[in-house]
Structures are given as structure tokens and as C-alpha cells.
Design a protein. Structure first.
Length: 142
């Protein structure tokens, strides 16, 4: 039997794999139906799962979407947990001559439902320059 920490780590690893293969069904299986997300993209808050929107987003990239969670830290209780890490995403937008790499921050809350850990809250963000330009600091790396 695996520990809660190992099970949550497996959730994160499965999210990485689903992102790389653009597998909407596999990805959404790791999220609770009532998930609340504070994503990089507008609007300020997303609620619930949106398979059509996710499929459209994946379609905006040529080839895989490389996605890796680094520096992952997990804290788990009996039926709630949270984790945080630094995420790296790389891909090539459809029609673009070159790809991009973006590092961003992630915090996730999880809940154990019927013995399975599901992501119920996810917050991702990029820092921005505090010099008055308010430009996203997308050039940062750990």
C-alpha cells in the first residue's frame, strides 16, 4: 500500500504525462468536478472542468506540451492535502516559427474522495516586474 504522499506525487506525475500527450480525459480525471482554478489565462477564476476549452487550448500547440513540476513539496492530512512547486512548460504555438519555455509557480489543494486524491484547487502564477512596467517576468528560471 502506498502512502498518501506517494499517491499525491502520482497525481502530479499523471498530470505531467497528460499534459505532454494532450490527453484531456486523463488530465481532467485528476481534478474534482467542483475544482476552482486560478490559472495563468483569464478570467481571474475558473470553476469546474472545461474539456472543450482544454481541447481548444491543446490544439493551439504543434507537438507535445512539455510540462514538468520541480521542487515539489507535499503536505498531507487524512483527507486534505496541499502541494507547491515550480513548473516548467515548453511548447511551440501553432504557426509559430519557434517555441517557448515558461517557468511559473503552482500551489494545489487536494481532497481524498472515495480513497482517491483529486485536485480541488489550483493556483498558478508568474511574477511581474515591480518597476512600474507591470510586465510579466517570464524570463525567470530557478
Amino acid at each position: 500500500m502506498t502512502s498518501d504522499i506517494e499517491q499525491i506525487h502520482a497525481v502530479v506525475t499523471d498530470v505531467e504525462a497528460a499534459m505532454e500527450t494532450k490527453d484531456v480525459t486523463r488530465l481532467l480525471a485528476r481534478y474534482a468536478a467542483d475544482v476552482v482554478k486560478y490559472d495563468l489565462a483569464p478570467p481571474l477564476r475558473h470553476t469546474g472542468n472545461d474539456p472543450e476549452g482544454l481541447a481548444r487550448w491543446f490544439a493551439g500547440f504543434d507537438g507535445p506540451v512539455y510540462y514538468k513540476v520541480t521542487d515539489l513539496e507535499i503536505t498531507a492530512g487524512e483527507d486534505v492535502a496541499f502541494c507547491h512547486g515550480l513548473n516548467r512548460m515548453s511548447s511551440t504555438p501553432t504557426g509559430s516559427p519557434e517555441g517557448f519555455t515558461l517557468w511559473f509557480r503552482m500551489t494545489a489543494g487536494l481532497r481524498k474522495e472515495n480513497g482517491t486524491w483529486l485536485i480541488t484547487h489550483e493556483h498558478t502564477s508568474t511574477p511581474f516586474h515591480m518597476d512600474g512596467s507591470f510586465l510579466a517576468a517570464t524570463d525567470l528560471t530557478p
